[in-house]
Design a binder for this molecule. Structure first.
Ligand SMILES: [Ca+2]
Length: 192
């Protein structure tokens, strides 16, 4: 049976063969690579086993803590994300600051499942919330806070309608989105 690295080499060879077949004038073969360095020395068995046990203990403890927080409705887990609200209403900049100070950012749903998880918090507090989504200052294009274009949206009917005036986005209690001015007081929901 082939090892994983042998498998990669075979796959690369096959891929490069395809490229050569497609090319009218095959290139010159490359020089052989430099031999790799020696690997790091492994940990002694007893130490490796201790580390393994400590890691397993930490994972178990983390699982317990997450379960307690979820049970108390303090957090909602969705995929790799954890969503949480401090229950406070703030304008967009202050809400974002609160999330960043806690090590996260404003919640920005990237699929239907995440949108529903944010909506559940909006419903629980019965307060609209700002999302981690904004319109570009000049382009007016709606983007995530890291500048990436939206990969998912759930606009309310006839939204977004704010043109240049509504730079932020809020979520209604039915989970749909509305572009809105950034200086309103909305529920702070963060993602971590
Ligand atoms: Ca609007």
């Amino acid at each position: 049976m082939l090892s994983y690295s042998s498998y990669i080499l075979v796959a690369l060879a096959a891929f490069s063969g395809t490229c050569h077949a497609l090319s009218k004038y095959p290139g010159i073969s490359g020089l052989p690579g430099i031999p790799g360095r020696d690997g790091l020395k492994g940990l002694p068995d007893s130490l490796a086993s201790k580390h393994h046990n400590a890691l397993a203990h930490l994972k178990h403890r983390l699982f317990q803590l997450e379960a307690v927080l979820a049970l108390n409705g303090k957090i909602r887990k969705v995929g790799e994300k954890i969503l949480a609200s401090n229950g406070k209403k703030a304008d967009f900049a202050s809400a974002l600051q609160s999330c960043e100070e806690a090590g996260g950012t404003l919640a920005a749903p990237r699929n239907e499942e995440e949108n529903k998880a944010v909506m559940d918090i909006v419903k629980e507090y019965n307060q609209y919330a700002y999302l981690g989504i904004r319109k570009g200052e000049t382009s007016g294009q709606v983007k995530y806070l890291d500048g990436m274009p939206l990969s998912y949206s759930n606009w309310h009917q006839h939204e977004p309608n704010g043109k240049g005036k509504e730079k932020c986005v809020e979520m209604y209690t039915d989970g749909t989105w509305n572009d809105k001015k950034c200086n309103m007081y909305r529920l702070t929901i963060c993602e971590f």
